[in-house]
Design a protein around this ligand. Structure first.
Ligand SMILES: [Zn+2]
Length: 287
């Protein structure tokens, strides 16, 4: 998938798409509860009410800059979810097919520091974790970084700090930034807390066109209709629901393209209202 927002081109690089097995993320999304939401079929749910999700990164190419938002799960990492554990996926080959090599990127952005958003920050070379994007600045929200820095790794399922964050810090490639950081003329961070304490979304504006890369403040499109369905991975589900309500009200019936970080193909659409409920309209033609 690829979208054009004014002079900015956004390209999706998929690492993994999956149907079902997502109840651990959204426990309220039972097949019985999902089935009546027919607008989600076939893109975001199956006929029998299983959610479909994607793990992907988004390349942002502006006239001057080359950026990547959220670096997925990564290869060779010890993870608790079986399909995420010790992967040998072709992510870098997919990036190459889209026309990009890691050395070209000048900016890597993490919407938050969860396992499926930081993986390709590093790769394993001769037993050592090295930065995958050696010429990039890695932008991490300062609030998000401070929070995860003080959590005892022994209390977490996986130690992402040591294999995916510390190596880029040690290489001197990290900039800790404010949650409203302006990255370029077209691209800026926007605070969308709740899923994690310092979670951010990425706003793109160019030539009067707008897009918002959500990150995980909207984990799955079902939360666009069911605003109170929260993710079991949410740090603060009340704040997460408030963030969704604010974002959806702000973008309802607007021309801002909403690009989801876990939305399955086609991964983007517009917020519209039908019978007093919001939904994601994916019918408009995208580039
Ligand atoms: Zn995620």
């Amino acid at each position: 998938m690829q979208w054009q927002i004014g002079t900015v081109k956004v390209t999706r690089i998929v690492e993994l798409e999956m149907a079902g097995g997502t109840r651990f993320i959204l426990p309220q999304a039972t097949p019985e509860a999902v089935k009546p939401m027919q607008w989600m079929v076939p893109h975001f749910a199956t006929e029998d009410g299983k959610l479909i999700m994607s793990v992907h990164a988004l390349v942002i190419e502006t006239p001057e800059r080359l950026m990547l938002v959220d670096t997925c799960i990564g290869n060779d990492k010890v993870r608790s979810i079986p399909t995420w554990n010790l992967r040998h996926g072709p992510f870098l080959e997919e990036l190459a097919k889209a026309g990009y090599v890691p050395e070209q990127f000048d900016t890597i952005m993490c919407t938050h520091l969860h396992v499926d958003h930081v993986g390709w920050n590093t790769r394993l070379v001769e037993g050592v974790w090295v930065p995958t994007f050696p010429n990039a600045r890695y932008l991490i929200g300062e609030q998000e970084f401070r929070y995860w820095s003080q959590v005892d790794p022994a209390t977490l399922n996986e130690d992402i700090m040591s294999d995916s964050i510390q190596p880029v810090l040690d290489a001197g490639l990290v900039d800790l930034v404010a949650s409203d950081h302006r990255v370029s003329e077209e691209v800026r961070f926007e605070s969308t807390p709740g899923h994690t304490p310092g979670h951010v979304s990425i706003r793109i504006q160019s030539e009067g066109k707008q897009a918002l890369i959500t990150g995980d403040c909207i984990h799955h499109p079902c939360q666009i209709e069911q605003l109170d369905w929260s993710s079991s991975a949410d740090f603060d589900s009340d704040t997460a629901a408030e963030t969704r309500k604010r974002l959806l009200a702000e973008h309802n019936e607007s021309s801002t393209l909403i690009i989801g970080t876990h939305f399955a193909t086609p991964s983007a659409g517009y917020i519209r209202t039908k019978e007093d409920a919001y939904y994601l309209d994916v019918s408009a033609d995208h580039v």
